[in-house]
Design a protein around this ligand. Sequence first.
Ligand SMILES: [Zn+2]
Length: 70
Amino acid sequence: MRYDADYKFEKFEEYFGEVEEVEKQVNHCPVCDAPYRFNHFSDFKNLYVQETAKCIKCDHSVRKTVHIIN
Ligand SMILES: [Zn+2]
């Protein structure tokens, strides 16, 4: 699988604040506050999951994250 430079590795240090606040940052669009729609592409050979989060409302905000499975 080719590495997509658009994807960034998940860093929990980026999240701050109360649990509800973090949950909102992770699951909602920062532009319009609508929930993200998640797509996951698993690569079990290399043990990671590419996650694409796209806003269902404004279609503008897309976040790509790589989760390492271990
Ligand atoms: Zn949005």
